[in-house]
Structure formats: C-alpha cells, structure tokens
Design a binder for this molecule. Structure first.
Ligand code: ELG
Length: 283
C-alpha cells in the first residue's frame, strides 16, 4: 500500500487547573489529525472513546494497562505539583497545559513531542530522555525539573509512551479510522448580504460550511479576477467535525452585479463551487 498521503498527528492535551491548595482538576483529550478521538474527564477513571475506531489495534487488555498508567499519573501529578507549590512558593490560581503525542512518518519512523505550559506560556519540554526547562522559565520550574529528572522510572515511562506506544497506537488508528480520516466531505455554500458598512455600500457574505479536511480556498471574484478586498473570517469548527468559513467583501452597491464567490476544496476535484451575486439575493 502507499501509506497515508496526509499527516495525522496524535495530539494528547492535558488541562490542569489549580484553584487553591485544596481544589484542582485535570482533564484530557486527544485528536488524530482534525478529529477528536478521546476524552478523559477529571471525574472519570476511564478514557472515553469518541469514535468507533478509537480503540485502534490495541487489545482491551492494552487499554486497561494504559488507563491504569494514566490514573496513577493523574494522582501523582496533582500531588507533585501541590508539593512543588508549597516548597517553592508559587501563587494560586494557575493552569498547567500539557501537549504530547507523535506523528508517524514514512519508512517506519516517527516524531514525538511533549510540551508543558504554565499560565499559557511554554516552560518545559521532554527531550530524548530528560525534562528540559525553557531558559526563561521561572526559577521554581527549573528546580522542579531537576527534581523530576531524578525519577528515572518516570522518564523511562514517558520515553516508552512517546517512542513506542504512541506510534503503535497511531499506526492502528490509521487502519481502523482510515475511511473517516481520508474521506473528504463537500462543503455547501451560500451568499448573504450583511449590515451595510456605510451609505451606498454592501457587505457581501459568502458562507462555506461542512467541509473536511480543513484547508479550503474561497474568494470573491469578478470573472477570473480575485477581489483583493476579500476578507477571510476564521475557520470555525462545527460539532460534527466539519468546518465553517465566511469570506466577505465590502463593495459600492452599484458594483455588486457581476461578482461571484468561488470555492475550492479537495472534495470538489476541479469542480469549484461558483455562486453569482444577484441570483437569489434580494439586492
Ligand atoms: N510517574 C509515579 O509531569 C505526561 C505523561 C507522563 C506519564 C508519566 C507516568 C509515570 C508516573 O505516573 C509518577 O512514579 C512512581 O511510580 C512509577 C511507576 O508507576 C515509577 O516507578 C517511578 O519511578 C516512581 O517514581 C511520578 O510521581 C511523576 O512524578 C508524576 C508526574 C510527572 C510529571 N512531572 C514533571 C513535573 C515533569 C517536569 C516538570 C514538572 C514540574 C511542573 C512544571 C510545569 C509547571
């Protein structure tokens, strides 16, 4: 087989909020490419599968073992942080975010990462076999890393999770989830007129909804001429795993005729969607 054409990194995210010395919570979630495959809530002992293919090629027993590792880890992590905070005089409240995972590359290779942020700022990463603090992270984080680096068992577990378990899981997921991961979904598109940006002006909207995967191209055109005034909104996630985009154009009311919105997406092949202003709008 040819192997995956696109890249599908597994990104595991941990969000831990510490309000004071007696209240904290830790939640987790994980994405394969653009699709969320797992959640792990603070009040649950189990990692929940969000997709029919989330188990990958791992056995029930392998999942039990992983879940147990994460359960022990969550308790230990919370206790460790509370100890560091007491010892090193850190102020509540704060958040710690951890992003870890891997990507399987061609030829049986993989690349992994593990990054920790404190109050939204990157402070530590795991590199090779050690926790490495950012040079400009607070002194208490640097001390905490020195302590963490003394725990060889944990460093070995982290290495094993990143370099062996993660790529193994991803390889299985690319098989079990292949059809959903690789199947493009066509957008639908429609035009609207927004609130007048000024006297004698129109705000033309072109809405593109329901596409997968993410990159999409949409432009206001006059014939073959791309309109440089096209303003692109943010690409917004929708609950069903597809995406939404709006592009707008501010024009003189008299110049709207002859404009069109053109949409290109991998699901459409060469068949761009072209919608013409004035056909169907009240203008
Ligand atoms: N170790 C129990 O963040 C991100 C995924 C990490 C998974 C690690 C799993 C290993 C684990 O749970 C905790 O360790 C004991 O038991 C182990 C067997 O179960 C081994 O025998 C081990 O040798 C033994 O000590 C351990 O308590 C660990 O410290 C939990 C927290 C790990 C962690 N540490 C960390 C903290 C790393 C870098 C920097 C910091 C400070 C906070 C920095 C940012 C704000």
């Amino acid at each position: 087989s040819e192997g995956p054409q696109r890249h599908f990194p597994l990104r595991c995210l941990q969000i831990s909020s510490f309000a004071n010395s007696s209240w904290s919570r830790t939640d987790g979630l994980a994405w394969l490419g653009e699709l969320q495959a797992y959640t792990w809530r603070n009040d649950s002992d189990t990692i929940r599968f969000l997709k029919p293919w989330s188990q990958g090629r791992f056995s029930d027993q392998q999942w039990e073992n992983l879940q147990h590792i994460f359960l022990v880890y969550r308790i230990s992590f919370t206790r460790d942080i509370q100890e560091f905070v007491t010892m090193l005089h850190v102020d509540y409240p704060f958040d710690i975010q951890i992003s870890g995972g891997c990507e399987v590359l061609l030829g049986n290779t993989s690349k992994s990462f593990l990054d920790i942020a404190f109050q939204g700022k990157a402070v530590v990463s795991f590199q090779g076999t050690f926790w490495v603090p950012d040079p400009d992270s607070p002194p208490w984080v640097q001390k905490a890393c020195k302590v963490a680096n003394q725990d060889r068992g944990t460093r070995e577990t982290v290495q094993w999770l990143l370099d062996s378990i993660c790529p193994g899981l991803v390889r299985g997921l690319l098989e079990t989830g292949k059809s959903e991961l690789e199947k493009p979904v066509q957008p639908e598109a429609w035009l609207s007129s927004g609130p007048a940006p000024g006297p004698g002006r129109l705000l033309l909207g072109c809405h593109v909804s329901g596409f997968y995967p993410n990159p999409v191209w949409a432009m206001w055109m006059r014939g073959e001429q791309e309109q440089p005034g096209t303003r692109r909104g943010d690409v917004l996630p929708q609950a069903d795993g597809t995406w939404y985009l709006r592009v707008t154009l501010d024009v003189a009311a008299g110049e709207a005729a002859g404009l069109s919105c053109r949409v290109r997406h991998s699901s459409l092949g060469d068949q761009d969607i072209i919608l013409y202003w004035g056909r169907g709008q009240a203008s």
